[in-house]
Design a protein around this ligand. Structure first.
Ligand SMILES: Cc1ncc(C[n+]2csc(CCOP(=O)(O)OP(=O)(O)O)c2C)c(N)n1
Ligand SMILES: [Mg+2]
Length: 579
């Protein structure tokens, strides 16, 4: 149709008839590429843009702080494999969103931070514009790619580049800088429409080399005590059935990293989650699937990995990941679906199962650890300790495995990860690679919006504080989110005292017995205070049944936690004795 119009009418005449502008071209470019939701905070120069996007059918979720909008976009990207979009105002809003962008990049979540910015001419001469900042330069080192669009006719290409950069190869955060002037730039609607780009095959398959597959299979075949480690890259790939087939065909015990829990159920007979230290120490061949040998796996060496010689096979889309910490004897570079397909194709019907001795060792350790834990999870006392409270939540997830669990804190995180079994892929969302506090409400909001499933956010009282104001957002959008605060009066514990002896509280404690549930009531949500695991279970069940925004203040014994949860060993020590 556009071609026909062009033939009969000179371009100037078309332009007089119908115009478009930056606002609409950005919206059209996003819609053309399937963007359905924008997470952001309004203000100059993007307030009207948000309104127009809403008018054009994009869902625009307004937050109270950009970091949480950014975290929402990031986890939307993880859950959907489409880049999540975060929209911020210039300078301070941009900076608030930047933590989430950097965190997304670190975690390989695809997102695009779109920020309005001030006028280039003034920013570049540093003449003191409203919210002046060279945002592109600041974003660059913290994300996978960063682009700026200066002309309306480049919006289509700019958006396309941002999308492709976010999702292709190893996914990550992308920054898109849109100066205020761009929004009101005008061009002919016809030329504008033609300038838009629909990104074809944004994350193309990357097929592994046949030699690499053969090498990997040879190493696996030679193993006496093999182990598979599943990372959140494996969960992100959304090739759940293939991964399950590979694990089951190989017969190899698997260890899920935190966000890969549920990719295969934690109750699967091959799951070695409850025998983690044994399998890391004693395995001889380890195949990493979408998991990196970073600090979370002690860099693949040292005490955690024991003295048995190890060979590593690694499946990753990023070639630079290989040999990042230790030698990888069989690197398999490609997208996880293609790599798993090729491995499966190379495993014939006679593929040997791992020696029974190894399987028995892993099973014995796992059963033993599970049996040791069981009585701790059944304690129904007040005040609750972490295990008693988590025992109740464990049952909730067992009964309702499609709930999405968001989890942050120190003890609240580490213990929940161990106690709460997951049964379905991508149902556990947590602090990820950095162990960052503050993802809670942003992740919970996006999880509810993107999946339509109920969300249970299990939050340390400190962790919750980082994004707590977003409970208003949860109430405003009437989201089926139940927040449980493990309230132990502080960071790690609520019992520390001021080491200087003054009137100020210790650095790690909060107001004693705070009633976070009353905050929720202030916004019209349900607020419940509980003191026993039974009460906790009843309150969570009621919240999930009703689908109403709910916050449960769960009083936890303030003495129950330990310093830094499970990673206290990372605290530097002073040679000077503690006073
Ligand atoms: C952005 C950020 N700031 C600070 C920290 C350090 N930190 C780690 S855990 C934590 C809070 C732990 O307390 P809480 O959430 O109450 O969990 P608890 O151990 O008490 O269950 C903090 C502040 C962090 N990880 N990230
Ligand atoms: Mg706490």
């Amino acid at each position: 149709m556009a071609d026909a119009a062009e033939k009969t009418m000179p371009e100037t005449a078309t332009a007089e008839q119908e115009l478009t502008d930056g606002f609409h071209l950005i919206i059209d470019a996003l819609k053309l590429n399937g963007v359905k939701t924008i997470y952001g905070v309004p203000g100059i120069p993007i307030t009207d843009f948000g309104r127009m996007a809403q008018a054009e059918g994009i869902r625009v979720i307004s937050f109270r702080h950009e970091q949480h909008a950014g975290n929402a976009a990031a986890i939307a990207g993880y859950l959907t494999k489409q880049p999540g979009i975060c929209l911020t105002v210039s300078a301070p809003g941009f900076l608030n969103g930047l933590t989430a962008l950097a965190n997304a990049t670190t975690n390989c979540f695809p997102m695009i931070l779109i920020s309005g910015s001030s006028e280039r001419e003034i920013v570049d001469l540093q003449q003191g514009d409203y919210e002046e900042m060279d945002q592109l330069a600041i974003a660059k080192p913290l994300c996978k790619a960063a682009f700026r669009v200066l002309h309306a006719q480049d919006i289509g290409i700019g958006v396309a580049r941002a999308i492709r950069a976010a999702v292709s190869g190893r996914p990550g955060g992308v920054y898109l800088d849109l100066p205020a002037k761009l929004f009101s730039q005008v061009m002919s609607a016809d030329a504008g429409a033609k300038s838009l780009v629909k990104v074809i095959d944004p994350a193309p398959a990357q097929i592994p080399a046949p030699d690499a597959i053969k090498r990997a299979l040879d190493v696996l075949k030679s193993a006496k005590r093999p182990l598979i480690i599943l990372g959140k890259g494996a969960a992100y790939a959304q090739v759940d059935d293939k991964i399950r087939a590979l694990v089951e065909k190989s017969g190899i015990p698997f260890l899920p990293m935190s966000m890969a829990k549920g990719l295969l159920p934690d109750t699967h007979p091959q799951c070695a989650g409850a025998a983690r230290s044994t399998v890391l120490k004693e395995s001889d061949v380890v195949m990493l699937i979408g998991a990196r040998l970073n600090w979370l796996l002690s860099h693949g060496k040292g005490k955690t990995w024991g003295n048995a010689p190890k060979k590593f096979v690694q499946i990753d889309i990023e070639p630079k990941e290989m040999d990042s910490n230790v030698e990888i004897v069989a690197p398999v570079v490609g997208d996880i679906g293609s790599c798993v397909d090729a491995l499966l194709a190379g495993m014939d019907a006679k593929w040997p199962t791992p020696p029974a001795e190894w399987i028995d060792t892993v099973k014995a350790k796992r059963d033993d650890n599970i049996a040791k834990m069981a009585p701790k999870l059944m304690k129904n006392t007040a005040p609750m300790d972490f295990h008693g409270a988590l025992g109740a939540l464990r049952t909730v997830i067992k009964e309702r495995p499609d709930i999405i669990l968001v989890n942050e804190g120190a003890n609240t995180l580490d213990l929940a990860r161990g106690v709460i079994d997951m049964y379905q892929p991508r149902k556990r969302l947590d602090v990820g690679t950095w162990g960052v506090m503050g993802i809670g409400m942003g992740f919970a909001i996006a999880a509810a919006i993107e999946t339509g499933k109920p969300v249970l956010a299990v939050e340390g009282d400190s962790a919750f504080g980082f994004s707590g104001m977003e409970i208003e957002t949860i109430c405003r959008y009437k989201l089926p989110v139940c927040v449980v605060i493990f309230n132990n009066n502080g960071i790690y514990r609520g019992t520390d005292v001021n080491t200087g002896g003054g009137d100020d509280p210790a650095t790690t404690v909060f107001v004693k017995d705070s009633r976070y549930d009353l905050m929720m009531q202030a916004f019209g949500g349900e607020g419940v205070h509980v003191t026993t695991p039974d009460e906790l279970k009843r309150a969570v069940d009621a919240a999930i049944d009703s689908g109403k925004p709910t916050l449960i203040n769960a009083a936890i014994d303030p003495t129950a936690g330990s310093e830094s949860g499970r990673i206290g060993n990372l605290n530097p020590q002073s040679v000077v004795k503690k006073k």
